[in-house]
Design a protein around this ligand. Structure first.
Ligand SMILES: Cc1cc2nc3c(=O)[nH]c(=O)nc-3n(C[C@H](O)[C@H](O)[C@H](O)COP(=O)(O)OP(=O)(O)OC[C@H]3O[C@@H](n4cnc5c(N)ncnc54)[C@H](O)[C@@H]3O)c2cc1C
Length: 393
């Protein structure tokens, strides 16, 4: 069951086309409002936001395509384009500081072990993920996440804030809950957004969910009592060390197979000097946690199968689908860059794959060294070189 998310490029393009007329003023005016899940089976998931994130996350739809779709709205596309850029900002930021991901994984494992050994924590955690805390909105969002595999951005912010500051649960457990259920679950956007809410990303600045704000932007569907609206930010951890971005690997000579994986299914935007002789679609083991929602793993596997089939047709070559990283002993392997995250963690050391960065990432990631402002200021020029025309941001 995929609900509103059909895992192929065609369904993503159809959703993008349907939302295109609302990418301008309507998006800027309505994007903070969460009207809740649809009540009719044939209705879109939301009216005011695109719900394109599962396709963008796997690059069944590229950021370039989403930005180009918004272009006819001219200056009114600025808000939508900025949000798309946030995705690249987070990816680039984490790529500069991969230890933030490994520290998160270690923190999550320690917190899960603490849940096992502490009855009070175990009860509070179970009540939170099962939507039984007594906080009306929070409980509804916990159930909505499990049922729909998606939440509105504002609901994600409120939920994370209540998790951290009102329920006082470890942020890593909340981030893990999201990653196991979100159809768009992404190591960078998710980890760094949770850290941002807690005050660890923009260091010392946290996000507090406020009752009045929730009532207003949910059209009065919720009126939560008992929120902690005066909490201090989480205590700061060590400032993460920033490394230089590793370069793309050199091209192997001669024939090669193109490897597509769930982090990046886009093959037409890759800078290929010649056509591959084989396509390999890989859905590697998933190391998030044992209980990733079946709909989420199915979306990733079908996204890869869809992209591999299209690539095979495009290049006129055979396609293999595999469930673990091939070693490249028979034929050199080239793949889109595999960013920091659980799939990167599954690549065996001995595998020789030439990882090639997408031109879009090469444009945005070098700007993602500190705050988002640098991406906002530099994206117009950087993406202009790729032929993309950005509105003033
Ligand atoms: C605690 C928390 C956890 C999150 N976890 C994830 C995650 O795992 N995966 C994920 O893709 N996004 C995550 N986000 C960001 C954001 O909530 C979603 O990208 C957005 O809600 C997706 O809905 P949409 O496609 O309708 O977005 P729209 O508002 O229509 O925006 C279009 C696209 O821009 C990108 N985008 C929009 N807002 C953001 C944002 N704040 N940060 C990064 N990219 C953005 C997405 O690719 C999105 O599809 C998280 C946010 C928070 C606060």
């Amino acid at each position: 069951m995929t609900g509103p998310f059909e895992p192929g490029e065609a369904a993503g393009l159809a959703r993008m086309q349907a939302f295109q007329p609302r990418m301008g003023r309507a998006y800027a005016a309505g994007r903070n409002r969460d009207e809740g899940p649809p009540t009719r089976a044939d209705a879109p998931l939301r009216r005011d936001v695109s719900a394109l994130s599962p396709w963008l996350r796997h690059r069944l739809i590229t950021e370039q395509a989403a930005i180009a779709a918004a272009a006819p709205h001219g200056e009114h596309a600025a808000k939508f384009v900025s949000e798309v850029l946030w995705r690249g900002y987070f990816k680039g930021w984490l790529e500069h500081r991969p230890e933030v991901w490994s520290n998160y994984c270690a923190g999550r494992d320690a917190a899960l072990a603490a849940v096992e050994g502490n009855a009070g924590l175990s009860r509070a955690y179970t009540e939170a993920v099962e939507g039984r805390t007594g906080i009306d909105c929070f409980d509804a969002w916990a159930r909505e996440l499990v049922e729909w595999n998606w939440l509105h951005n504002h609901a994600r912010m409120w939920f994370a804030s209540i998790w951290i500051f009102t329920l006082r649960l470890p942020w890593e457990l909340g981030a893990d809950f999201f990653l196991r259920h979100l159809m768009d679950g992404d190591p960078a956007s998710n980890t760094l957004s949770w850290r941002w809410v807690g005050g660890l990303h923009t260091r010392g600045k946290h996000y507090l969910a406020r009752r009045e704000n929730i009532v207003r932007y949910t059209d009065g569907r919720f009126d939560p009592a008992g929120l902690n609206e005066t909490a201090e930010p989480l205590p700061l951890d060590d400032e993460p060390v920033r490394r230089a971005l590793p370069p793309s690997d050199p091209w192997p000579g001669g024939d090669f197979a193109l490897l597509l994986h769930p982090e990046d299914c886009a093959f037409s935007t890759l800078d290929l000097p010649r056509a591959p002789v084989r396509i390999i679609g890989v859905t590697p083991p998933d190391r998030r946690a044992a209980s990733v929602a079946p709909a989420v793993t199915a979306f990733s596997a079908r996204a890869v199968a869809d992209a591999a089939a299209r690539a095979g047709e495009h290049f006129g070559c055979p396609v293999d689908l595999v469930s673990d990283w091939p070693d490249g002993d028979d034929l050199p392997l080239v793949a889109p860059w595999l960013p920091t995250g659980w799939w990167r963690d599954t690549v065996p050391a001995h595998t020789s794959i030439a990882w090639r960065r997408q031109p879009y990432d090469d444009a945005i990631w070098p700007l993602a060294t500190a705050g988002f402002f640098k991406v906002k200021a530099g994206a117009g020029r950087a993406l202009g070189r790729l032929g993309l025309d950005l509105p003033p941001l």
